[in-house]
Design a binder for this molecule. Structure first.
Ligand code: AMP
Ligand code: GLY
Length: 430
């Protein structure tokens, strides 16, 4: 089986690792991949925005399955183009990826179908947005409609902050056309978590839920990032909550997408806020989370390759998706980042200690922002490495993860020391 993975981050390295674990004989190709992925297979240069090139490559190489990592190519229709060309692909169509590509679409869909989410208003002009800023309660959330690389949601504490957010998004176009419309959204209290469903039309398999730590500093302080770490499964998850998430979020969303002629095949990521045991949707994403995936795939018991293969096309009604059980362990992913991130940072520092970290029991190291330079691997991004510890309990996983982090070195490296703090708190309160 030949599998082409589109993307270049820690998520793609972790997916490649998990697919190879499922089937040792798999031939993996990363486009463009990274030095971590190149240890598992081949990497080729290329731009996923060039659909013709990806199709030609997949055909020429006899690729059996394409797995698309990031959202931009999906929203842009790469999965449609591949399917039309007869290439099997795990990932939603552009019409289905609108769940992530347009917050207005996602919110309206949830309203039409009674899926629990924060109250909201869609705003199409800066004048109306300024007016609304004088009428709402604070804190409030203002979100750009379109893709904004995870930076398009601003939590505002006052009318002044709201007005400044409107200026930045709608007038100064900080996120380009993604800010032509905004969503004003009620601020939700609670515990956030990420739930992944491998979906094929109305069939789906839930993966163990994870929790992302998005702020750059310990104590959830500082600006939002793409994610500084994650752990799975979430300690507060239980059968009753799982049931509610299935019945109130995942199933109605897949049904709604099917009814609206946008059948969903691919990974459905539900970002949830849980309050008093009740889930509300904060956002949908149309792909695996990064860095959550790095904490989820090491604790799967089952064949991820078979699941992605089966979910690549809408399944016939009588076929179930293979279950991907949780193996009972806990995993923690700690992101080692370059000083300055999520603002500007320098690149090109030599990375040491990856092999030593990997020799530790229960430790994995996935490459995120790295590059090969001569015989060395150097930093090439803000989130550089994703170090994962796996153990029988959360404390054991944390010990292994942070021990592995401690042997990794590059200039300016930093990481959060309190990943999974909520999980530890839950365990202490039991
Ligand atoms: P989004 O771009 O929608 O993923 O939002 C980014 C982050 O902002 C989320 O992961 C939450 O931590 C936070 N956030 C977004 N919407 C809300 C909301 N309605 N209430 C509270 N926090 C939110
Ligand atoms: N870690 C958040 C995301 O993947 O969107």
């Amino acid at each position: 089986m030949k599998v082409l993975i589109i993307g270049s981050g820690g998520r793609e390295h972790a997916l490649a690792w998990a697919l190879q674990r499922a089937q040792a004989s798999i031939a993996l190709i990363g486009l463009p991949g990274n030095p971590g992925l190149s240890e598992l297979g081949e990497v080729v240069e290329g731009d996923a925005g060039d659909h013709g090139m990806v199709i030609d490559f997949a055909r020429r190489e006899g690729v059996d399955l394409v797995v698309v990592g990031p959202e931009a190519p999906l929203v842009d229709g790469l999965a449609d183009a591949l399917r039309e060309a007869g290439v099997r692909v795990f990932g939603p169509s552009a019409k289905a990826a609108a769940l992530e590509g347009s917050k207005v679409f996602a919110k309206d869909l949830m309203r039409r179908h009674g899926i629990p989410t924060a109250g909201f208003e869609v705003v199409g002009s800066a004048a109306r947005a300024r007016e609304l800023a004088g009428q709402i309660s604070y804190p409030h959330v203002i979100k750009a409609d379109g893709l904004a690389a995870g930076k398009g949601a601003l939590i505002v504490q006052s009318r002044e902050e709201a007005t400044a957010a409107v200026e930045a998004i709608m007038v100064d176009k900080r996120f380009g056309d993604a800010g032509n419309r905004v969503v004003f959204e009620e601020y939700l209290e609670g515990e956030e978590m990420s739930v992944f469903a491998i979906a094929s039309g109305e069939r789906y398999a839930l993966l163990p839920p994870s929790q992302d730590y998005k702020r750059v500093q310990d104590g959830d302080r500082g600006p939002n990032t793409g994610g500084m770490g994650a752990y799975a499964p979430v300690a507060t998850w239980n059968e009753a909550l799982a049931e509610r998430v299935r019945r109130e979020v995942i199933e109605p969303t897949l049904l709604a997408m099917a009814r609206e002629d946008r059948p969903y095949t691919g990974l459905l990521y539900a970002g949830l806020m849980i309050h008093d045991g009740r889930p509300k949707v904060v956002e949908f994403n149309c792909r695996f989370g990064d860095p959550e995936t790095q904490a989820v795939v090491p604790i799967l018991d089952g064949d991820l390759l078979e699941s992605l293969w089966e979910a690549a096309d809408p399944l016939p009604r009588d076929r179930a998706l293979p279950d991907l059980a949780h193996d009972g362990r806990t995993a923690v992913c700690i992101v080692v980042a370059a000083g300055g991130y999520p603002g500007s940072y320098r690149k090109g520092f030599v990375i040491r200690g990856v092999d030593k970290a990997r020799e530790l029991p229960g430790a994995h190291v996935f490459h995120a922002g790295t590059r090969r330079k001569d015989e060395q691997v150097v930093t090439a991004g803000g989130r550089v490495l994703n170090v994962v510890g796996v153990g029988a309990s959360l404390p054991a996983a944390l010990r292994r993860g942070y021990e592995a982090v401690s042997v990794i070195e590059f200039e300016t490296a930093f990481f959060r020391h309190d990943i999974a703090w909520r999980g530890l708190q839950t365990l202490e309160n039991r």
